[in-house]
Design a binder for this molecule. Structure first.
Ligand code: GLN
Ligand code: ZN
Length: 755
């Protein structure tokens, strides 16, 4: 066995240029065969392994690769296929695998949801009524592949039984755990027989509190494993937070324990409870969730401190989490300023840092001085650059936290002024902002980006779209109009490109769900407003109609949560900088006659920390930032906000504290939970619960929409209620949109008349 000093937890699947995505989508579209798909993805996987070896990582993960999602991989490995899909036992076919993930003509897909507090989505296992069986030992296949093809003695990765079953959100946790334990043992036995030395068993769920009963069950599972395969070195791997029941977890009979020292205060745990003498510590010290070069001097100091609790022979350096959550490599970035590029570390560069640090642990810091010096220089160039020394922002932060962020009148009084100004009917109708981004819209934008059409021609095109849709909205009879967001590809990137302090990479993609990847903007410097961003389009739209047109902005929390944020200053300082920049944009809109301004915050909920003790701090910061952005307007200016993709129970008070005059909320995929959450809390401001689901091409009937409205009106006063779709309409076709809105208007009218 190699002398293990460095390790990796997981590597991005998507390939340097998203070759993985392209192969998958070509296969789904019927353009390439299954053979071709597998040949392409095999090549990507082997290249990923080869690179990690070349970078000098000792323990390379195998089996972390996936054609869609590693939770779904775990399900199919155990023959867990929901009954509505064709399955006769044995290895699950690729067709069925993708059908579970994406649905097919006969059956709906399994539910998909966010993986802990990341923007990665996993397929929720459906464990009710299935009899699991080991039908394919995936980690074994990949272990052998790496050994035979590349001579790599890899570290098989498995999603652990406790986390896997918890993620299925079942009520039979304990009986399922018992059912799955022998299957996991079988997997591990076969791995041991094949010669695997270390196996990584991911149990990130151990970062949340388990009951003492559950902890006892967890102990039994790992004791059973230990008894069955004593020769195998199991690494119990956690990430994203510190372990919640540390003493119990540290006592489990495993060989290694993986802790996150970046996103959890694991050092505090060591200080308080020490580290068990019989275990190896896999120390996650390089941030697996962010893209910046690490301050290696600080990391050396951290590793030194860790060594007061565990000697270096039992200490292995690794990233804080799987590198799945960061892009592949900075080497292809050609357009970024060298100053910025030098400050970045994507997956490959992080592995270089890890290997360097592990060398430092074993040979002393002097042995790696050259590497440390190079890193120090690159960071200091960025730190001293114009990006991080923006005179417009310096000194602002102190002022910002002192600001009075309350509007001058309370809601009950300002809403009267707003009613006088806008004179809206009962149950006013509106939409969430974006209107269909047809192929024509997308092609025209892409031509403009490539320089094939002039700025002027592009602007004119956008204006034509706005004009066309203002007319359509007026004809349908909508009360509060939108300009349609035709000029935007992405609601965060659009602002990222226009505020100071942001940059956009070329290949900084990360997997979000399935083949879908996102490219979060980089917040690398001080964020500041430099010139109006949305005023032109909003003012143009407003000039075409007497009805109010809502200005449309992305909120500070969402911009923060969907970006890669600099890590050299506190995250909430960055949040306030964004909020302050937005405040200036909002003031510009108001000055130019826009009377309603919507500030979208779909990502508020997902940023909630995993550790409940940190949630108040986060929510307070979020509320403060939203108010900082929106509170300087006049009392008869109406502030809207919009939220989606979330469960809101537990955060309603914070949502109310945002003090937005009107909130619109997605409801269709939450089966009424949202309404009851708002019922219980006597929400006092205006509210629009989405009355139809825009994620599906189906246009619901008038009766269906009326039912939704009436249902909401049982608990929400008609004077408080708005009628709107669930979310933005940009993914819908034009005909569907027009049809859906017409039906919505009829439904609203009939309910209005019956009041
Ligand atoms: N205003 C945005 C839109 O309509 C909101 C998008 C969102 O909620 N994610 O597209
Ligand atoms: Zn939405």
């Amino acid at each position: 066995m190699v002398n293990v000093q460095s390790s990796n937890i997981g590597y991005p699947r998507i390939g340097e240029k998203r070759e993985w995505k392209r192969a998958l989508e070509s296969f789904w579209n019927g353009n390439i065969s299954e053979e071709k798909l597998l040949a392409t993805t095999d090549a990507i996987r082997l290249e990923n392994l080869r690179k990690q070896k070349e970078l000098g990582v000792d323990l390379i993960p195998v089996g972390d690769f996936s054609l869609y999602d590693h939770v779904l991989d775990t399900s199919v490995m155990f023959g867990v296929v929901p009954k509505r899909f064709e399955y006769k036992g044995g290895k699950v076919s690729l067709e069925t695998y993708f059908a579970i993930a994406r649905g097919n003509k006969d059956a709906v897909a399994s539910e998909m949801t966010k993986w802990f507090n990341t923007n990665y989505h996993y397929i929720v296992p459906e464990l009710e009524g299935v009899t699991p069986k080991l039908v394919e030992n995936r980690p074994l296949t990949f272990y052998k592949e790496a050994k035979e093809k590349l001579g790599i003695y890899g570290k098989p990765v498995l999603l652990g039984p406790v986390t896997y079953i918890k993620l299925a959100r079942t009520e039979n946790f304990s009986s399922l755990l018992q059912q799955f334990t022998p299957l996991y043992i079988q997997v591990l036995k076969e791995l041991a027989e094949a010669g695997a030395q270390w196996v990584q068993v991911d149990e990130p769920i151990l970062t949340s509190k388990l009951s003492s009963e559950e902890l006892e069950q967890v102990k039994q599972v790992y004791a059973a494993i230990q008894e069955a395969v004593p020769e195998l070195n199991i690494i119990l791997q956690t990430y994203f937070e510190k372990v919640a029941n540390y003493e119990a977890v540290a006592a489990l009979p495993v060989k290694g324990l993986g802790l996150d020292f970046v996103h959890g205060d694991s050092l505090e745990l060591l200080q308080k409870y020490g580290f068990p003498k019989d275990k190896v510590l896999f120390a996650g010290v390089i941030d697996g969730r962010n893209v910046w070069r690490a301050d290696l001097d600080k990391k050396v100091a951290l590793l030194n401190e860790i060594q007061t609790y565990v000697e270096k022979d039992r200490l292995i350096v690794q990233p804080s989490a799987s590198l799945l959550h960061v892009p592949v490599s900075t080497k292809l970035e050609e357009r970024l300023d060298q100053v910025i590029k030098g400050g970045l570390a994507f997956a490959d560069e992080k592995l270089t840092e890890i290997v360097l640090l592990s060398k430092g642990v074993h040979e002393g810091a002097v042995a790696i001085e050259e590497g440390l010096e190079a890193s120090r220089n690159a960071l200091s160039v960025l730190n001293n650059s114009k990006y991080r020394q923006n005179a417009k922002v310096k000194g602002n932060i102190e002022k910002l936290i002192e600001q009075d962020v309350n509007r001058t009148l309370p809601f009950a009084e300002r809403i009267k002024k707003q009613q006088q100004r806008f004179n809206l009917p009962l149950l006013p109708t509106t939409t969430i902002g974006s209107l269909p981004q047809t192929p024509e819209v997308r092609q025209t934008r892409s031509k403009w980006r490539k320089g094939e059409i002039t700025d002027q021609a592009y602007e004119q095109f956008v204006q034509q779209q706005i004009e066309k849709w203002i007319k359509i909205q007026e004809e349908i009879g909508i009360d509060v109009l939108v300009h349609g967001e035709f000029e935007r590809t992405d609601m965060v990137e659009y602002f990222g490109e226009k505020f100071d302090g942001f940059a956009v990479s070329q290949f900084g993609w990360v997997q979000s769900y399935g083949s879908r990847c996102v490219k979060p903007p980089l917040i690398l410097g001080d964020v500041a407003f430099s010139e109006p961003i949305t005023v032109k389009e909003s003012v143009y739209a407003q000039s075409l109609t007497k009805k109010p047109v809502k200005g449309m902005l992305t909120g500070p929390v969402t911009i923060l949560n969907w970006s890669f944020v600099r890590d050299d200053i506190p995250r909430f300082d960055v949040l306030n900088q964004i909020a302050y920049a937005l405040r200036q944009e909002i003031e510009e809109l108001e000055k130019n006659g826009i009377g309603m301004i919507q500030v979208d915050e779909p990502a508020i909920r997902e940023g909630l920390p995993l550790d409940p003790e940190k949630s108040d701090e986060y929510l307070n910061a979020a509320v403060y930032a939203f108010k900082l952005a929106t509170s300087s307007v006049k009392n008869d200016t109406q502030i809207h906000t919009h939220m989606c993709y979330s469960e809101f129970s537990g955060i309603i008070d914070s949502i109310s504290a945002l003090d937005a005059d009107v909130i619109s909320i997605e409801t269709s995929r939450s089966h009424g939970e949202i309404i009851s959450a708002f019922e219980k809390n006597t929400y006092d401001k205006e509210i629009g619960l989405g009355v139809y689901d825009i994620h599906s091409p189906r246009v619901p009937s008038k009766e269906e929409m009326k039912k939704n409205i009436n249902r909401a009106l049982q608990t929400i006063k008609p004077t408080q209620f708005w009628v709107n779709p669930d979310c933005g309409l940009k993914t819908r076709k034009e005909e569907e949109t027009i049809e859906g809105l017409k039906v919505m208007l009829e439904a609203a009218k009939e309910v209005r008349e019956s009041q």
